[in-house]
Design a binder for this molecule. Structure first.
Ligand code: HXC
Length: 250
């Protein structure tokens, strides 16, 4: 198995393990990742999902370049769709997703990290969209999500030149939320804090943050709807009563 799911209480840690290729994704590994993410999206007991790579060299060094070498356009479209599905699951599943970027996150690796809600990098991390050097372009959401996360100017520079950035620069341009060693430990600490929050409020916050900025009416509507939840009542009451909230997920 090249994708391992490890439960640590309410946090599910998904580790991509194909170290002989710096965790580059071939069809088998990406399919396995997509399947595990589908399961976790539906799994109420998993309140937060952390994604990382095995070993200390790479998160994911990209899509498998050797596999892509012989693809015809129709096959390349299927390959693109498979990666899109995995990234969209990370982006849309109704719970926070956190990337612990422990080394190279290049091409498709950077794109999977961009699908996550939060990104933390080890100090040896390198991120980028070097596809242009291979004569291709980012195909798992990078052209859209990099611009949304870092702004169009940064995205154009990184995608058009293929220039890779180290962890400090990634932090400076907003590509990662923080640089921390050991990065998985830091990601788990944040995930633990998220797991103690109301799953209902987290789900709604994530959905709203993912809307396009024009959708302000929707924000007002969903904000109001949330007040029907027990968790909102509990969280608001607990503050007034100066005690920690007990969230039940309804
Ligand atoms: C296949 C890969 C790989 C990849 C590394 N390897 N990246 N195999 N696909 N993306 C393999 C190498 O071939 C090698 O195996 C082993 O991993 C170790 O890598 P080395 O190159 O020997 O290590 P090093 O010299 O330290 O260089 C590390 C590296 C370099 C800078 C990360 O491997 C590299 O540039 N990799 C490619 C990164 C990249 O361009 N990614 C984007 C891919 S395109 P062997 O057996 O040969 O020794 C993409 C498109 C996504 O992701 C969208 C698709 C629709």
């Amino acid at each position: 198995m090249s994708v391992v799911v490890d439960r640590q209480d309410a946090v599910a840690v998904v580790t991509i393990d194909r170290q002989e290729a710096l965790n580059a994704l071939d069809v088998e590994t990406l399919t396995e990742l997509r399947d595990r993410l589908r399961e976790l999206a539906e799994d109420y007991a998993a309140r937060v999902v952390v994604l990382t790579g095995a070993g200390d060299r790479a998160f994911v060094a990209g899509a498998d370049i050797k596999y892509m070498g012989s693809l015809e356009p129709a096959e390349a479209k299927e390959w693109g769709a498979l990666g899109h599905e995995a990234a969209r699951l990370l982006e849309d599943m109704p719970k926070p997703t956190v990337a612990a970027i422990n080394g190279f996150a290049l091409g498709g690796g950077c794109e999977l990290a961009l699908g996550c809600d939060l990104r933390y990098a080890s100090s040896n991390a390198r991120l980028g969209q070097p596809e242009i050097d291979l004569g291709i372009v980012p195909g798992w959401g990078g052209t859209q999500r990099l611009a949304r996360v870092c702004g169009l100017g940064v995205a154009k520079e990184l995608v058009l030149t293929g220039r890779q950035v180290d962890a400090e620069e990634a932090f400076r341009i907003g590509l990662v939320n923080a640089v921390a060693d050991p990065v998985l430990e830091h990601a788990l600490e944040v995930a633990g804090r998220l797991a103690a929050r109301s799953p209902v409020a987290l789900r709604v916050a994530k959905r709203l943050l993912n809307l396009s900025p024009g959708a302000l009416e929707r924000e007002a509507e969903e904000f109001g709807d949330l007040f029907a939840s027990e968790d909102a009542k509990e969280g608001l009451a607990a503050f007034a009563e100066k005690r920690p909230p007990r969230f039940v997920g309804r």
